[in-house]
Ligand binder design. Structure first.
Ligand code: HEM
Length: 333
């Protein structure tokens, strides 16, 4: 009796060890290995320096908050969060169309210059960007969260990879979900992180196709609320050159809040990809939960956003001896 129970507990122990080993493998594959306070002895002022660089630019141009948040997302979705979006030069990610409107590169450069003076060769550009995105959200009245650090910078930056991997404004819900789950991010993460569209603007070029001749119908996208259509058309008249920019969260583009979700609920989403999140139940249920609509357990956007940013910030990171610490963020060493 005793020996059979010993065998059972030995088997249970073996299974537990195997499960733990598998968990370690999964975390390694998905690039965790970052930790809060990675620079606490090697560069203790890192967070202060990054925050002051973001703050000083924000003081003269508050649109930089949205720019830095989007830049971190575009970094993480192409080659992982490795600073590859920051590299300039012919054919780099930065030259791909979705990245031409990124805003805030000079903030990262300023922070890097100060960090190289304070602790040379220590802090990666990928980490500077992750910290700056958090600081930007805080300045826009959003939540704060502890940013794990220890990412190292990559050396590969290819424009075509940005085009292939970044979600686009006409993407179906299936395609959006796929691009997130490919990176081990959930449907909830998709809805939560696209809630980042509570900040910032989109150019008419990214949604012109919805306004006058949607999918060749000769009329507008029927999911645009009738009362909202004239507003969008007045910002982006027929045959415009695509350059004008429109707040994605009408009425509160500089404020981090849940009104973006209210807007998509009311047919006031600017991007087609955003509006689609409301009408598909897989994603719409999370929108309802953020809005506290009845029947489903509520979710608090500010809390979940920070958690989702930490998950996104771990996508494909290089740690240890993988990658490098760039001397300047716009060029590999
Ligand atoms: C399915 C996913 C997503 C799609 C299709 C998408 C698409 C877009 C598009 C088309 C724009 C306008 C770009 C322009 O015209 O310059 C934009 C802006 C923006 N996106 Fe996303 N996005 C997605 C997810 C995200 C995520 C995950 C974040 C952050 C966590 C984010 C943050 C932003 C911000 C802050 C802006 C405004 C930028 C500014 O004003 O400078 N987006 N997005």
């Amino acid at each position: 009796m005793a020996s059979s129970s010993n065998r059972v507990s030995a088997a249970a122990l073996f299974l537990a060890i195997m499960a733990a080993a598998a968990a370690v493998m999964v975390t390694t594959v998905h690039g965790q290995g970052t930790r809060v306070g990675f620079y606490s002895t090697t560069c203790p002022r890192v967070e202060t320096i990054v925050r002051s660089a973001v703050q000083s630019r924000f003081n003269s141009d508050s649109t930089v908050a949205a720019g830095l948040l989007r830049m971190h997302f575009h970094d993480c979705f192409v080659q992982g969060c490795d600073g590859s979006v920051l590299i300039s030069g012919a054919g780099t990610e930065r030259t791909a169309i979705p990245n031409l409107s990124l805003n805030g590169f000079t903030v990262i450069d300023d922070a890097k210059t100060q960090l190289e003076a304070a602790c040379p060769g220590v802090v990666s550009c990928a980490d500077i960007l992750a910290l700056a995105a958090r600081d930007a959200v805080v300045l826009a009245n959003g939540p704060t969260w502890a940013v794990p650090t220890g990412r190292r910078d990559g050396r590969i930056s290819v424009a075509q990879e940005a085009l292939d991997n970044l979600p686009g404004p006409s993407d179906s819900v299936d395609s959006q979900i796929q691009k997130f789950t490919d990176r081990n991010l959930s449907v909830q993460d998709l809805v939560t992180l696209t809630g980042g569209h509570t900040l910032g603007t989109a150019s008419c070029a990214t949604f012109n196709d919805r306004l006058f001749n949607y999918q060749g119908t000769g009329g507008p996208d029927p999911s645009i609320a009738a009362a909202f259509l004239p507003t969008l058309r007045s910002f982006c008249p027929q045959n415009n050159n695509g350059a004008a920019r429109v707040a994605m969260d009408t009425g509160s583009q500089n404020r981090f809040d849940t009104s973006y979700f209210t807007n998509i609920r009311n047919g006031r989403g600017v991007l087609e990809s955003d509006q689609r999140l409301w009408s598909d139940n897989r994603t719409g249920n999370f929108v309802r939960r953020y809005l506290g609509l009845s029947g489903l357990l509520g979710l608090t956007f500010n809390v979940e956003f920070g958690r989702a940013m930490v998950r996104m910030g771990n996508v494909g990171v290089r740690t240890g001896t993988n990658g490098e610490i760039r001397r300047v963020c716009s060029a590999v060493n």
